[in-house]
Design a binder for this molecule. Structure first.
Ligand SMILES: [Zn+2]
Length: 264
């Protein structure tokens, strides 16, 4: 869904990430494999059991948004790249059976309200549709258009592959995971900011930056563990957060709030 947000974030581009950080997946790397630092664990591709069918549907070729999309985006590469980014960030190091059996993703560009949303087909939830509003695309400033389209695509692609405790996880958590992957992919828009004047599950980048902080505090695979904890059971706050971090989410959020106060 739409990304509600505010001002200047530290750029989450992979180039800004310290070398010890393993989420450096989008970086252009011209060094030979031997010269590459060994800790870039997310460079290897995560392959799902079944390669998803990727499709594109343009409902109105004459719309400004469709024209901009076709001018700026290599659709087949962009969709593949979005799938790769999501699978790397959510499933590196996990068994392939942990990955949802998504069989197809159709990107639909059309005139509608809002920014974007993702849905499963009524008859078969393994077939996903990502709808992006062409009017929204046409209103983005030209200098940001390509990055923003990719950012929205990566966010929505997360919804095609993430677990949600059979739909019981707080929406703020699943939206936070989606924006966390967008952040890791280097597509955080310039207006994103760390906020803690809200609950931990306020969602989007507010929760996304909290998850980024949790990585530093509780290990680089923390979001993968949280996502996997939502695979086979319904969301239970106590069980999930204690299993992943050994503490309640309220306690963790309090620590995060304090860390932001200090850095102000
Ligand atoms: Zn979303």
């Amino acid at each position: 869904m739409a990304h509600t947000s505010s001002s200047t974030p530290p750029p989450p581009q992979s180039s800004a990430v310290p070398p010890s950080h393993p989420f450096n997946t989008e970086q252009e790397d011209n060094t030979s494999p031997i010269e590459r630092p060994s800790q870039t664990t997310l460079t290897s591709k995560v392959i799902p059991q079944r390669k998803p069918l990727l499709r594109l549907e343009l409902r109105d070729l004459s719309s400004e948004g469709s024209r901009a999309f076709l001018r700026l985006i290599h659709a087949s590469k962009a969709l593949e790249q979005a799938v790769d980014t999501v699978l790397k960030n959510l499933y590196t190091g996990l068994n392939v059976s942990c990955i949802p059996p998504t069989r197809s993703v159709t990107l639909v560009l059309r005139d509608m309200d809002g920014v974007a949303y993702t849905t499963g087909r009524d008859i078969d939830d393994d077939h996903k549709e990502i709808h992006i509003n062409t009017k929204y695309i046409s209103h983005i400033s030209e200098s940001r258009q390509k990055e923003e389209i990719m950012g929205v695509l990566v966010h929505e692609m997360v919804h095609c592959w993430q677990h949600s405790g059979f739909g019981t996880a707080p929406v703020g958590l699943t939206e936070g995971v989606a924006d966390w992957v967008r952040l890791k992919a280097g597509y955080a828009p310039p207006h994103w900011k760390r906020h803690a004047d809200c609950d931990w599950d306020a969602g989007y980048e507010r929760t996304g930056y909290f998850l980024e902080w949790l990585e530093k505090e509780h290990g680089e695979d923390i979001v993968r563990r949280i996502n996997d904890g939502l695979r086979e059971c319904k969301y239970d706050a106590d069980t999930l957060w204690h299993a992943c971090c050994g503490k309640s989410v309220k306690h963790l959020w309090g620590k995060y709030q304090k860390s932001l106060e200090k850095s102000e």
